[in-house]
Unconditional design. Structure first.
Length: 556
């Protein structure tokens, strides 16, 4: 018994000693982590001056040096590694051993602080992104109007030494080391500040640079130019080339002689008269490629028609402006036919349509199967709206599929109306403001003898923004009649579609589920100048700024 009492204290002491050793080991490990240097942080945000980046970090007393790393792909790879003995580092040719950063380029920067013993170095710290500045240049950045398929218009401010040379590089040649072409700039171009570069490939990126000096030794600026898709082949036998004609009546003469399905190419920036003789064939009317933003204009003081009893596969307007004289009287098409007349496809692509009583009004036995407006601007349209099917009676004039996409509609007295069933209406990525008069019509689908019409496969409105009525008389009433007649059995699918705070429905005319989302400000709060057809966003905090409305107005 005495012996066991002696052993017990010894055993306790041994266990206690083991526990202390264990605790001691834990404390050592914890001390090791605590003495690792903290990750570097910035005193000031990353800053760029021209193509130099300034990194101003907080000074870590225990740090003996720092490693700065630079990337362009969020550190999937490292472009540059700089060893510095100071917390203030300027990344330039000196610290990069003679190499320089690119201008107008986004870089990522991270830093590691080093201790006297490597084991206590900090972990890498991501310091963020910084974009270097654009090269100080007289070159004007290219716009859509400066780019064709094989040509580019290079423009610059005429200031300082004359521009003597232009060089073209591959898009990937960011340091402008291997020119593909060199052009000497003549005296006329030097005076006007514009030069046409030729021999390019369609849908290709190029770096184009301008130079001064006798041999073009002084770089004055450069930018990325991306050519567009190939132009229509003007030598194609299916093409009627009027790109050199400025006779306003030449379009009507050409259509009279055209074969079914031919394409007519008009001179960009010139005005032609819209034909008056009824159309009996498929036709495409488009602009020739050219520099500048002004489209070919098709002008009318009346309207065009479809020939009695014709069956036409397609009528397409591409990259043109259609303009009437009288919002109270003119149409693009206004056919009334007693024999069945069918247009399978009527399309407006990248068009401007304005100052018409209606875009198309069909009566009696006229049928349009597919009606499409895409990437277009439609404004100042009267009481027959963007479409009207205007004859009572079963089997009379009708539209089947109506598609409006990537387009803007403004200052439109009436939107759509029909006396017959349609199959489907799709509105996607559109901006609509001042569409419908105060208590005016958005959708009117009336029928004969009280039998109201419907859109059989429904109306879908997605990714769209809708503003108030067109209160031309300044009455203060900005409500519209969403449904004026009909559509009792029509399904509405409304997704990611906003209305401004000054949009409202006349009581009893509401569209089910509209809007899907509400913007709390007015049209004037949301857009820069809606009354002047400028729908760029003034409120960049708007939730739909990236994914609602006509994409041409989005800032991203």
């Amino acid at each position: 018994m005495k012996q066991s009492m002696t052993i017990l204290p010894k055993l306790c002491l041994m266990l206690l000693g083991g526990a202390l050793l264990l605790l001691s080991g834990c404390e050592k490990e914890e001390l090791y982590e605590e003495t690792r240097l903290f990750r570097p942080v910035l005193n000031e945000p990353l800053e760029a001056e021209l193509n130099t980046i300034i990194v101003n970090m907080g000074n870590i007393k225990e740090a003996t040096s720092y490693t700065i790393e630079v990337s362009r792909d969020s550190f999937a790879s490292v472009l540059y590694t700089i060893e510095a003995d100071t917390h203030y580092v300027v990344i330039n040719e000196e610290t990069l051993n003679g190499e320089s950063l690119l201008y107008a380029t986004l870089y990522q920067v991270r830093a590691t602080a080093h201790a006297a013993e490597e084991a206590f170095d900090s972990r890498p710290s991501d310091l963020g992104d910084v974009r270097t500045e654009r090269f100080p240049s007289v070159l004007i950045s290219p716009t859509e109007g400066d780019l064709l398929d094989a040509l580019a218009r290079v423009r610059w401010q005429v200031a300082g030494a004359p521009i003597t040379h232009i060089r073209v590089f591959r898009g990937s040649d960011e340091r402008l080391t291997d020119p593909l072409q060199t052009y000497e700039v003549d005296a006329v171009a030097q005076d006007t500040g514009a030069f046409i570069v030729s021999g390019l490939k369609a849908e290709t990126e190029y770096q184009i640079a301008i130079y001064s000096g006798g041999e073009g030794e002084t770089l004055r600026g450069w930018d990325l130019f991306t050519t567009i898709a190939s132009a229509i082949d003007l030598d194609d036998p299916n093409v009627i080339n009027l790109s050199n004609s400025s006779d306003p009546d030449t379009l009507e003469a050409a259509i009279a002689l055209a074969q079914d399905g031919q394409v007519i190419v008009l001179q960009k920036g010139f005005q032609y008269n819209l034909p008056r003789e009824p159309l009996d064939k498929s036709i495409t009317i488009t602009s020739a490629y050219g520099f500048g933003s002004q489209k070919t204009v098709l002008y009318t003081t009346g309207n065009w028609n479809f020939a009695e009893g014709a069956t036409i596969d397609h009528v397409r307007f591409i990259d043109v402006e259609l303009r009437g004289e009288d919002i109270g009287g003119d149409y693009v098409f206004n056919p009334k036919r007693d024999a069945r007349t069918v247009v399978n496809e009527l399309t407006f692509e990248n068009c401007i349509i304005s100052h018409f009583r209606g875009i198309i009004r069909i009566r009696n036995q006229v049928f349009v199967h597919n009606y499409t407006i895409n990437n277009s601007l439609v404004h100042h349209i009267g009481g027959y709206g963007i479409l009207t099917a205007d004859t009572d009676g079963v089997g009379n004039a009708a539209f089947d599929n109506i598609t409006l996409t990537n387009s803007t509609f403004s200052k439109v007295h009436v939107f759509m109306q029909s006396r017959q069933n349609a199959q489907r209406i799709t509105i996607d990525n559109c901006t609509l403001s001042e569409v419908g008069d105060p208590d005016g019509i958005i959708f009117r689908w009336r029928g004969e003898d009280g039998l109201l019409s419907n859109v059989l496969e429904g109306i879908t409105i997605t990714n769209t923004i809708w503003g108030p009525a067109w209160d031309e008389g300044e009455t203060g009433n900005t409500a519209v009649r969403g449904i004026y007649d009909g559509l009792e059995n029509t399904n509405f699918n409304i997704v990611n579609t906003y209305a401004t705070a000054d949009f409202a429905f006349t009581p009893g005319s509401e569209i089910p589920g509209f809007p899907a989302l509400q913007y709390n400000g007015t049209a004037d709060d949301l857009w820069v100048a809606p009354d002047a057809l400028n729908f760029n966003f003034q409120d960049n905090g708007f939730a739909g700024v990236r994914d609602a409305g006509d994409p041409r107005w989005r800032p991203f």
